[in-house]
Design a protein around this ligand. Structure first.
Ligand code: FAD
Ligand code: MG
Length: 304
């Protein structure tokens, strides 16, 4: 019986593990190794690690974590979960079974890219979601905002901060007259013709339009919808809520989900995603989980 089982051992999950390890609690971390930013070569905006490879940040964190004797690291996929506070069970795809008194869900979300041929090959290098993460490196160059929903309008209005911006409306957004005026005021060009394909080399995406024109960019911004990367939260009965880009797990202000003894942190609870926020969130969830171990027990007696 572990004190805590953590599902997802990326930035949020490892950060949750650290205070628990430092309180000498037994922690099992299950991780399938599919960090959301694994498509990117460098990670920006995380204090002290600005510009480092996403993998390098995670590797160093894991080395530091594994120095604590109460931490158990399991590579693999958690597939089933059941139980209640003080008696959860998690099963891995390979059949390994874990028992734990608390669960922390840090499984992250997966991006659902629009089905535009060629786009996936650029994801993380020439095509990205977050200007704060990757806008600076475009050196105030040519930026395309590839619209997949009306939210692209907002992104298109921000991106002139980082370079010369074209809104590829792509049938997903039809600005009204005041919005057109605002885009114009900010110097945003609007391309109404549908995007048929994304071509070009890594880091130099080219939008190939339905009418055959090629528009070359230094970077493309896309805001994909997301899905929760695991069914574990639903299996445990955690309530979900609709956020603008996809479902998130509901938590209270201690990061406890609607299921007593189950906590959640990172991208799976917050629509605004970054390594810094995931790490902060994880640290918070880890300490809250520790306090739950100290102060809370099962409200109902468990069967033997
Ligand atoms: P994740 O990092 O996504 O990790 C979730 C982990 O849980 C994964 O390892 C996954 O395999 C594991 N997991 C899921 N389900 C299971 C299961 N059932 N069993 C076992 N393990 C499971 N942020 C920045 O701050 N700077 C950047 O430069 C930056 N660049 C980005 C570039 C791209 C292309 C993308 C998509 C995102 C970028 N981000 C960046 C955002 C950043 O990646 C996320 O905010 C961050 O990864 C969230 O951390 P997390 O721990 O919540 O989830
Ligand atoms: Mg994590």
């Amino acid at each position: 019986m572990f004190d805590v089982i953590i599902v997802g051992g990326s930035y949020a999950g490892m950060s949750a593990a650290l205070p628990l390890a430092r309180a000498r609690r037994s922690v099992a971390i299950v991780d399938a190794g599919e960090r959301r930013n694994r498509f990117a070569r460098s990670s920006h905006g995380f204090l002290g690690r600005d510009g480092h490879a996403p993998e390098a940040i995670a590797r160093e964190a894991l080395q530091q974590l594994l120095a604590y004797p109460t931490v158990t690291w399991l590579e693999g996929h958690a597939t089933t979960a059941s139980g209640e506070i003080d008696g959860f069970e998690i099963t891995l795809a390979d059949g390994r079974r874990l028992a734990g008194r608390r669960v922390v869900i840090a499984c992250g979300v997966a991006d659902i890219l629009p089905e535009i041929p060629g786009l996936a090959a650029h994801w993380g290098v020439g095509a990205m979601a977050c200007p704060y993460c990757h806008g600076y490196e475009l050196e105030r160059g040519r930026i395309g905002v590839l619209a997949t929903s009306p939210m692209a309008l907002h992104q298109a209005m921000m991106l002139p901060e980082w370079g010369t911006t074209t809104l590829l409306a792509n049938g997903a957004v039809v600005p009204d007259a005041p919005e057109m005026a605002e885009l114009e005021r900010r110097g945003v060009a609007i391309e109404p013709v549908t995007v048929a394909e994304i071509g070009g080399e890594a880091g130099a995406p080219v939008a190939i339009l339905r009418d055959g024109r090629h528009l070359a960019f230094d970077g493309l911004f896309v805001t994909p919808r997301t899905r929760i990367a695991s069914t574990i939260p639903e299996q445990l009965g955690c309530a979900l809520k609709d956020a603008p880009l996809g479902p998130m797990i509901v938590t209270d202000d201690t990061r406890q989900t609607t299921v007593p003894g189950v906590f959640a942190c990172g991208d799976v609870v917050r629509p605004v995603a970054s390594v810094a926020l995931a790490v902060g969130d994880g640290a918070f969830a880890g300490t809250a989980t520790h306090r739950s171990l100290i102060f809370e027990t099962a409200t109902q007696p468990r069967a033997a």
